[in-house]
Design a protein around this ligand. Sequence first.
Ligand SMILES: Nc1ncnc2c1ncn2[C@@H]1O[C@H](COP(=O)(O)OP(=O)(O)OP(=O)(O)O)[C@@H](O)[C@H]1O
Ligand SMILES: [Mg+2]
Length: 341
Amino acid sequence: MDVLRVQDLKCFYVVESQGRERNVRAVNGVFLNVKENEVLGIAGESGCGKSTLLKSLLGIIHPPLRHLGGKVEYIWNNKPTEILSLPAHQLRKLMWEHISYVPQGSLSVLNPVRRIGDTFKSFIGAHVDLSTGGEQYEELVRNHLASLGLPEDTLRAYPHQLSGGMRQRVTIALATILKPRLILADEPSTALDVVVQRGVIQLLKDIQQEQRNTIILVTHDMAIHANISDRVAIMYAGRIIEEAGVDEIFNNPLHPYTQYLIGSLPRIGDKAHRISAPGSPPSLADLPQGCSFHPRCPEATDACRREVPVLVSAGTDHSVACLLNARGDTNADQANVAVDQ
Ligand SMILES: Nc1ncnc2c1ncn2[C@@H]1O[C@H](COP(=O)(O)OP(=O)(O)OP(=O)(O)O)[C@@H](O)[C@H]1O
Ligand SMILES: [Mg+2]
């Protein structure tokens, strides 16, 4: 069963440069389905639009970012709710109780002049009536922190008194205390050293197993996806260009870009030089014609320089947007996308 369905979502930063309006196509026709109780990983190079996609899924769309097309449906009790057309107060309610968010660089989310306990209190107070159940609240917070392996005195600490790993655990604790159905985590372990990183990823995994929620996990680090994601979607220049189960994507990557991403991973005992994709990603304000990856693709043909490939099925639970891999059965909904980029 799907929790979230994203259809042809387009969110651009509309910026002025040299007296001209330009569109930075950070989310440029994204199709994505997220299933109940899975960890869906999203990977891709820096600047490809991962954070903008997560914010757009949550309806956090403020200028210069603009929603220019497509929809995001949150499915609850078999009924789809269109997130991007909800009034602000309903969106706020949906957020945190149903959907929570661990933003990128979330260490800065914690107010430096407030004790952690006060941050928890005001956060929960915004969603639960504390006037009748103050003690209940304290117990809820204490139990939750203990279940995440955080000592009780964390609540009396100020953020600067905690290590980076502890602070990240606290932000994850905040995002999960109300047992949301869906958690969107943006590079939750990137700023941390490897050992602490592993702990934070394990923490997310444990929470997901205990609370049975669904996680969308953004990280450019494919090794983390190998470790925690059930399915992986690869993003390139504002679009999802391949999506498959985690074993399938590592064993049978079809898109040349995915092949580079996976081929560049270090392997134990293998001293061969790893090749990363040649060249650099295109400017999202000035995308090449046709497939955005074609200038870097060693296999590009004339058709790749003309046509924007759409995401098509390439086997069970595997889809790819690459003309070299196209095998008919194009999704009719997506066929139009090719012409209007
Ligand atoms: N406020 C803004 N105005 C204009 N362009 C922006 C703005 N914020 C982001 N961008 C551009 O949008 C594109 C996507 O940015 P985004 O932060 O979503 O990428 P990302 O994949 O999350 O990168 P990273 O891996 O570095 O976190 C980038 O080209 C970025 O320069
Ligand atoms: Mg980002």
